[in-house]
Write a protein that binds this ligand. Structure first.
Ligand code: ZN
Length: 529
């Protein structure tokens, strides 16, 4: 893109990367030898490799390193090839060098300087604030619907939806396309041609939505992206800031919107734990993720907190984030938090959110009997809150580092040091009240009982919709609402349990059992939010 933009204004430029054809490479080397080429774009891999020796014979006036945060081990996106750029600079004869990044905290900036330069360079830190970006974050409860509702507010506009998995990019693109929108998926597993095609259409057409992994966006400079949505938690504030920076480059109002949940945290932590980095690197990544989660859970101005993270003061609340525009209601959750923490303690810090909620709400499950948790004093003390409210409590306790997620223990929650004062009753705590979900428009008149988890209900209706579409029949032919409600309250886990539901005969068990059981499991996993 940049090469063609330069050529369009008459500057001779070229690019050498993994997709450069031999003919194009020849042309570039020719232009280099003749001294015609003014700007050469190189990937760091190419530059660091031995066949970049051709540079030794050239008179290079300036070396510019873009995305320089990749140089730093502290950076959120370290790439080993960038480490060698300091050597490249020396090889070019201490050429004038400029390193640029849109996202680096103070530690990362120092590290970049140390790795690239022999003496401290002149450092320029530009303001981080992007006042035209409206910031908003909310807990995830039924992601597909939340995203569809959000996107629907921007008809005909270009937007990016960042997903945490390849599969999710495809599913979302499908969902949105089914609603008549132009939505494309983009991830590193796609064929180059399909990827280029998606990027091309996003750049050239109006109203294209790209559902992408973070592979999408580097070097994309489209001015009129009206929103960047995150379907899950980014792994750091740096990554988040870089990704939302792709919205509203024209300076007109744009939105950075996110949904997040505890399950995102668990997945990201697991990924980080199993990565190849050093222990120190892993700790730092965890620390970054905590800061990101903290930004999600705060009840004060998000912009102030975001800028503070990058070391910038912002004197008063911004008036352009969800905390400022629609202040979160808080509630005194001291008692609830103490119950939650003591449930964690009394079950030996070995269980995940779902079981802990069952303990608090006094649910007699097999697991309860197996571990004799029904004998605990905490058993059944928390019936005043429903499942969703308890999930919100646990999520915020993790977000505020009262609890940590044990990764070897498959998401078991563990107490952190700062719990003590809370457990001893020395301090009180206010938590954010999760926004009540918009009332789901239902086609039937079946009332939805209080204890039904709305996220699961939606997931089951979605599953029914899919089955109905596949069979070419109306949804109620698959199962009546009353059967779905039974699924929500009884939470069958096996074929046998499923067969006991009202309205499930042998044929329906065979035909739909697996799909609905899988949907229940998925929703339960997801609902650990
Ligand atoms: Zn604000």
């Amino acid at each position: 893109d940049q090469v063609s933009a330069l050529r369009a204004v008459g500057v001779e430029a070229g690019s050498l990367n993994s997709s450069t054809t031999p003919e194009e490479a020849d042309r570039i080397f020719g232009a280099l030898e003749d001294g015609r080429l003014r700007l050469l774009y190189l990937s760091p891999e190419r530059l660091a490799s031995s066949n970049a020796r051709f540079l030794d014979d050239l008179k290079v006036d300036l070396l510019a390193i873009d995305e320089a945060h990749c140089v730093s081990q502290w950076g959120h996106d370290f790439r080993p090839e960038y480490e060698q750029l300091g050597d490249v600079r020396r090889r070019l004869g201490d050429v004038q060098t400029i390193a640029l990044t849109a996202t680096a905290d103070a530690a990362t900036r120092d590290d970049i300087a140390g790795r690239l330069f022999d003496a401290p360079p002149h450092t320029v830190v530009h303001g981080f604030d992007r006042p035209n970006l409206r910031l908003a974050m909310q807990p995830k409860n039924s992601p597909r619907r939340q995203i569809a509702d959000f996107v629907a507010r921007y008809p005909g506009e270009s937007g990016i939806v960042y997903c945490n998995s390849r599969k999710q990019t495809e599913q979302l693109a499908q969902d949105l396309s089914a609603k008549g929108l132009t939505a494309l998926s983009y991830h590193a597993g796609m064929m180059t041609e399909a990827r280029e095609d998606a990027q091309d259409r996003f750049l050239k057409e109006d109203g294209v939505i790209v559902c992408a992994t973070v592979a999408f966006g580097m070097g994309i400079d489209k001015p009129d992206v009206r929103y960047v949505a995150h379907a899950g938690l980014p792994k750091s504030i740096e990554a988040y800031y870089q990704e939302i920076g792709r919205a509203g480059r024209d300076g007109a109002p744009a939105t950075a919107w996110m949904i997040y949940g505890l399950q995102d945290v668990i997945k990201l932590r697991q990924m980080m734990q199993s990565s190849q980095g050093s222990e120190q690197h892993k700790r730092l990544e965890q620390h970054r993720l905590n800061a990101m989660l903290g930004l999600c859970e705060i009840t004060s101005c998000r912009r102030q907190s975001l800028l503070q993270y990058f070391g910038e003061d912002y004197p008063q609340p911004c008036g352009n984030c969800d905390s400022c525009l629609d202040p979160a209601k808080t509630w005194d959750a001291t008692e609830a938090c103490r119950m939650a923490l003591s449930a964690v303690a009394r079950t030996g810090e070995r269980f995940g959110v779902n079981h802990l909620i069952d303990v608090l709400r006094g649910k007699e499950t097999d697991k309860m009997w197996q571990f004799e948790h029904h004998l605990l004093p905490t058993f059944g003390v928390g019936t005043a809150l429903d499942n969703n409210q308890w999930r919100s409590v646990f999520r915020q306790l993790v977000g505020r580092s009262y609890l940590s997620v044990d990764l070897e223990g498959y998401g078991a929650l563990k107490l952190q040091e700062q719990c003590r004062a809370l457990l001893r009753g020395e301090v009180s705590i206010a938590l954010r009240e999760d926004q009540k979900q918009k009332v789901v428009k239902r086609q039937t008149k079946t009332p939805l009982p209080e204890e039904v988890d709305v996220g699961l209900w939606e997931a089951l209706r979605e599953c029914r919709r899919e089955q109905a579409e596949e069979q070419g029949v109306p949804p109620y032919v698959i199962f009546h609402d009353s059967t779905l409600i039974e699924m929500c309250t009884l939470l069958p886990q096996t074929q046998d349990e499923f067969a006991n539901l009202t309205g499930v005969g042998e044929r329906k068990l065979l035909k739909y059992g697996d799909a609905f059981l899988a949907a229940i499991r998925r929703a339960q996993d997801e609902a650990a939010t």
